[in-house]
Ligand binder design. Structure first.
Ligand code: NAD
Length: 498
């Protein structure tokens, strides 16, 4: 397979597409003659650009056993923390140096703008790797004074944080490289071994990343990649008895299934799930900031962002100007393939996602919603025009369900209190934003918004040093921040009589 489109590709990206499908197990690509395959499409055209292995439970077992053997013999976890750090820093350097190949592959399999691939999938990922690398040398326990009766004269107790073992990491298709790294990095930094299953929609960059990790010095077997369907390969990973921890980013429905499987095996688990994120705009907000802020917050990556704004609640005095401003800003964007750096509106990741978003829009139209779509879409590819839904009727499905596309509901409110009640009226609670110049409102409403992250006068910006995760049904646990590794370690108490 290869890319036949109009853009010239980086040599390493082209060579990767030409490669025979393989899994990455025990530090090498394992080609599997006769194994079932999944096709990888270029969302800009729908053309097949590559194939990947559709792994069976047997293949997953092989990968988990490789990871388990690597964990047991200590080839990674027993390295000095400074040496694990050095390897991860080398991985960051290599990704930075080979970034263009990763960025192009990401755009080719996922559809997003090459500018976003360069800035986030590669650029931000490099920052995240360096942040996680720094955490390897910060793992620490605590010491305790005890009050035990009798016995010897003195007791000393302390804790150690020990790596959990094999981590099963399952990633989605919206930021395939960056989110895969969010799952893999804390595991590696803590000394665990990993089996990563990327989304079947976007399997390519995870495979290239694992090869790069080996080149950086991650020992064979410590970082394995199995590609394939969630129901088979994903499910085999979640139920494998040698997997100690599951870390998952994806939809709430799948996350619940993974949580159930984890509890069944008493595996530790971290879930980063869906969002239906509100943006609350008060009457004193600066529209000069709100309009570009919502273009980014609602339409970055075609709205295929767990934390993207999807429900805008705006006080009546600003409603008309906001709608006009958003309509004008969207109308000024150019649409086309992600590999064209001049375009800002790019295809969604798959035909299935395009059709899902289209069905939400059809249903909303039938329910009586007014829909503004300022941009015409090309005839081929998985494009959806960025859409503003004005005061959608309560029975439109896109009012309550995560659409995960370029769709922004805009609802008129009469007061901040009404907006707050509507914003919190959701089963999900991943993120929210508040737009105001009033410090008292900001301090009060940021406390009362039910979301894992609340931005004031911005939306969707995340950072390795800022914990990220969901309230309510948006997940369990937190990624990032100085405590990131604690969910990848077990705390052991050691009690010494002396
Ligand atoms: P998805 O749940 O369909 O799939 C995610 C991954 O789970 C894929 O690798 C898939 O193959 C696998 N999977 C599916 N069924 C499985 C099963 N039964 N057992 C094990 N694995 C299984 O999600 P998606 O469509 O790839 O991604 C979009 C979703 O991800 C959205 O809901 C979005 O909000 C969410 N997301 C959340 C965050 C966050 O940090 N909270 C970040 C990005 C995306």
């Amino acid at each position: 397979m290869s890319y036949q489109g109009p853009f010239s590709l980086d040599q390493a990206a082209a060579a990767f597409l030409d490669r025979a499908p393989a899994l990455y197990i025990d530090g090498a690509f394992i080609g599997l003659e006769g194994a079932a395959r999944i096709q990888v499409h270029d969302p800009a055209t729908g053309a097949v650009i590559a194939e990947a292995i559709d792994a069976t439970a047997g293949h997953v077992d092989e990968a988990v056993r490789s990871a388990h053997a690597a964990f047991e013999d200590g080839r990674w976890r027993d390295l000095r923390p400074a040496d694990r750090e050095r390897v991860l820093l080398r991985l960051a350097d290599l990704l930075e140096a080979r970034g263009e190949a990763f960025a192009q592959l990401e755009t080719l399999e996922q559809g997003k703008s090459i500018n976003l691939s360069r800035m986030l999938e590669v650029g931000a990922s490099v920052d995240w790797i360096r942040y996680a690398a720094g955490l390897t040398t910060k793992i620490a326990g605590r010491t305790f004074d005890l009050s035990l009766p009798g016995g010897p004269a003195h007791w000393t107790a302390y804790t150690r944080r020990e790596p959990l073992g094999v981590v099963g990491a399952i990633a989605p298709w919206n930021f395939p490289l960056m989110i895969a790294l969010w799952k893999v990095l804390p595991a590696l930094a803590a000394g665990c071994s990993v089996v990563l299953k990327p989304s079947e929609v976007t399997p390519l960059t995870a495979l290239m990343l694992a090869e790069l990790a080996t080149e950086a010095g991650v020992p064979a077997g410590v970082f394995n990649v199995v590609t394939g369907a969630g129901a088979v390969a994903g499910s085999a990973l979640t139920t494998h008895p040698l997997v100690a921890k599951l870390t998952f980013t994806g939809s709430t429905a799948t996350g619940k299934a993974i949580g159930r499987a984890a509890v069944d095996g008493l595996k530790r688990f971290t879930l980063e799930l869906g969002g239906k994120n509100p943006a609350l705009i008060l009457r004193d907000a600066d529209l000069g900031r709100v309009v570009p802020g919502l273009i980014t917050g609602g339409f970055l990556n075609g709205g295929q962002v767990c934390a993207s704004a999807s429900r805008v609640y705006v006080e009546t005095p600003l409603y008309d100007d906001l709608v006009a401003g958003l309509r004008q800003a969207l109308g000024g964007l150019s649409i086309g393939p992600g590999l064209d750096p001049q375009t800002q509106v790019n295809p969604l990741a798959s035909a299935a996602q395009r059709d899902k978003v289209a069905s939400y829009l059809t249903q909303a139209r039938q329910a009586g919603a007014e829909i503004i779509q300022p941009i015409a879409t090309p005839d081929q590819g998985y494009f959806v025009s960025p859409s503003l839904i004005l005061d959608p009727p309560a029975d439109a499905r896109l009012v309550r369900e995560e659409v995960f596309g370029p769709v922004l509901n805009i609802v008129r409110i009469d007061s901040a209190e009404q907006g707050l009640a509507l914003a919190n009226d959701s089963e999900l609670g991943l993120a929210a934003s508040l737009w105001t110049r009033d410090i008292d409102q900001a301090m009060s409403l940021t406390r009362r918004l039910e979301a894992g992250t609340v931005w004031v006068n911005s939306h969707v910006f995340i950072d390795p040093n800022m914990p990220f995760g969901g309230f309510k049904q948006s997940g369990l646990g937190r990624d990032f921040g100085v405590d990131w590794l604690s969910a990848y370690t077990e705390e052991k108490s050691i009690c010494i009589a002396h």
